[in-house]
Ligand binder design. Structure first.
Ligand code: ATP
Length: 429
């Protein structure tokens, strides 16, 4: 996949309504993007795929939805106020600012000069003021990760959910980081969504659960069709690990701009809960009724980015081997629209019959109806947005009660009875 695939993807996203530049009519806002009608659907599917595997289908996890603005002491305890910094340099000639560890040459990428300031620490948290007065005591932050909402609610969830350890708490939600150089489309942005699971367990079992979650989370991407050869697990070396962390793996994908992190899975020991115990003075320990043992649980965290996954699914599915016929080979669960429904012609009652099928299916999943243009053109339009199936209502539908299903990936067609349509698609999707 070459770098200009990114240009083709960006233009497909704009042309077909997946992603637009934020505030485009005002010239855009760097690091912020808007998901259009198809993008919003696909993002929802992606989040559902995560939620369903990590929360719905499990007996040992529950979900949460915490506030974005939290008590400022949360971020003191978590270490973000003190340490959530990236190294920054400024070009003295043109005043552009860069992440020092991302610079690939000694020349300024903007003006070409070689006159940089010393490296400074730049804190990535967005600050805001809460309430009408504007002094130091009203300073608050937009959360840079969703995890802290889970840690501070550990007791609330344990006492209300009646789950026993080991157990996990998951959350999907917006996070904000004032990145020095947002780049690579939605890969590095300032406002994004995360899907995080904090799995709490007894310290003696933490190594076992760490191994389990690394494997499980890596498999998730493959299960939804991401090319195995482009995925890899990278273990953090000793100097990359935080002092409290017992281990960390990144799931990485080979983007046109190289292998990059999609998700981190970390063995965080009892660091987070202990920090909040010390900062708040409240106990966040767990009491095991059976063993009569009280302890601070260890945590295995998996932290994935929705937007980075979105880009991965898009880039991996993008097939322009025939530039006149672009196909997005998305997994049916991730594809924004599942079935394109077409009457062969606009007359003889075919549109009415097609509409009837559309109304039946749209109660269960996203479908689209189109009656203009040749059938071939309508197929191609759906291929370009990743719709896995098309259904055509023709004169046989009237006479024999059959419809034609066309498969996106193989181009194959099959004829089925129109009464079987719903069961057929429910099975496939
Ligand atoms: P990076 O080193 O790329 O800045 P990170 O190691 O700081 O990432 P984490 O703090 O581990 O990232 O965040 C967990 C996940 O959240 C990442 O794997 C990524 O998918 C997502 N994420 C983090 N920062 C961004 C961002 N600026 N834009 C989009 N997604 C992000």
């Amino acid at each position: 996949m070459s770098k200009n695939i990114m240009d083709s993807l960006t233009s497909l996203c704009k042309r077909r309504g997946f992603i637009f530049q934020s505030s485009e009519i005002y010239g855009g806002l760097n690091g912020c993007w808007d998901y259009g009608p198809l993008g919003a659907l696909m993002k929802k599917n992606l989040k559902e795929a995560w939620w369903s595997e990590n929360i719905t289908e499990r007996d040992d996890t529950v979900g949460m939805d915490c506030s974005i603005i939290m008590h400022p002491n949360v971020w003191v305890a978590s270490g973000h106020v003190g340490n959530f910094n990236d190294p920054m340099v400024e070009c003295r000639s043109c005043n552009a600012r860069f992440r020092a560890d991302h610079l690939t040459s000694e020349n300024c990428p903007t003006c070409g000069n070689q006159d940089f300031t010393d490296v400074k620490n730049f804190n990535l948290m967005f600050e805001t003021q809460v309430g009408a007065s504007q002094d130091a005591s009203s300073t608050a932050y937009l959360r840079p990760e969703t995890a802290q909402g889970i840690f501070v609610n550990f007791n609330n969830v344990v006492t209300t959910s009646r789950l026993k350890l080991p157990m996990g708490i998951g959350q999907i939600g917006k996070s904000f980081r004032n990145e020095i150089n947002p780049r690579n489309f939605v890969f590095r942005v300032r406002e994004f969504e995360q899907m995080e699971l904090e799995f709490f367990c007894h310290p003696d079992e933490a190594d076992k659960w760490f191994e389990y979650w690394v494997e499980k989370r890596f498999a998730w991407y493959k299960n939804y069709g991401i090319t195995s050869d482009k995925l890899r697990l990278r273990e953090h070396g000793g100097n990359e690990l935080a002092h409290y962390a017992k281990g960390c793996y990144d799931v990485e994908y080979e983007f046109p701009f190289g292998f990059q992190e999609l998700e981190g899975i970390a063995h965080r020991s009892d660091f987070d809960l202990t920090q909040h115990i010390n900062q708040s003075g409240k106990s966040l320990q767990y009491f095991d009724e059976e063993k009569k043992e009280r302890y601070t649980p260890f945590v295995i965290e998996s932290s994935a980015g929705v937007d980075r996954s979105f880009l991965t699914f898009l880039a991996d599915a993008f097939d322009d081997s025939d530039p006149k016929h672009v196909i997005l080979r998305l997994h049916p669960k991730i594809a924004p629209i599942k079935v394109g429904i077409f009457p062969l012609t606009k007359k003889d009652g075919l549109p009415e019959m097609a509409m009837e099928i559309k109304n039946q299916l749209s109660k269960y999943f996203e479908v689209t109806y189109e009656q203009t243009g040749s059938i071939g053109k309508r197929y191609y339009r759906q291929d370009e947005i990743g719709t896995p199936f098309c259904l055509t209502v023709d004169y046989d539908t009237k006479e024999k009660g059959t419809v034609t299903i066309r498969h996106r990936d193989s181009g194959e067609q099959e004829v089925i009875n129109k009464d079987q349509v719903l069961t057929y698609f429910l099975e496939k999707i």
